[in-house]
Design a protein around this ligand. Sequence first.
Ligand code: ZN
Length: 278
Amino acid sequence: MWSLPAPNIPARALYLTCVSNTLPKVKRAKLEALEDTVADAADRYEAAASAAALHTLKDLKGEPADKAVQEELKKNYTQRMARPYAPGRDVYNEIKASVRFGRCPLCGERHVETVDHQLPKGDYPLLAVVPVNLVPACRSCNALKGEAAPASAEEQTLHPYYDDIGKQQWLFARVLEDAPAAVEFFVKPPEEWDKVLVARVRRHFRMFKLGDLYGPHAAAEMSSLRHYLKGMDTQAVAAHLGKMADSLFVDDLNHWRGVMYQALAANSWYVNGGFAAV
Ligand SMILES: [Zn+2]
């Protein structure tokens, strides 16, 4: 998971922008009357997210009770924000564009194509267009998460605006010493992390199937490495792999490439010719 600066857009302003062209006027007035309720829900969301406690917002679930109003709140996102030329579309685009290299912050690999609701709009219509609940994502991560909402602190997936776990390495790989060489990725959290954070990172890794995503990418890179390393002596192989890991870690301690090079450099079977085994 890769952290991002939270969008600096007031929830109230975005909500009013989205409802601004709602017709008929009587429907718009009904939505405008909810302005304070939505702003309060957004304030509570920010406080809960800052404390890694989004699961405590259960009383916002299914609010407001009127199903027709719930549908209109969801349409604020689907019709009045995500659609081309919708009043909230600029903010939608801004959120999508906030990532580095166009990469999804949830998997760190695939391209951002959509916006994911950290707490699903189906369960939490009041949060449908709250900016800090809207996270840029690739379609696969968006689909894998679906309508999941955390029932406990441990069930919260990582939130790119509130959880910054990039300062320490938590993603590692082990070499599978069998021809052709491969690596397997796993989570090994720093010892000082509390239990809840450990559970959340493991859940994030499982939910977004990060091991299944990174493994084939690593296999493809190792296939071309086989040719590159051919003819080098053991020392040169180890030096190249170590240098690659070091340079990739400068930018990101938990990207599969740096982690893969780290594991390969440390594996004597691989360095001593395992790389060439087919
Ligand atoms: Zn993704």
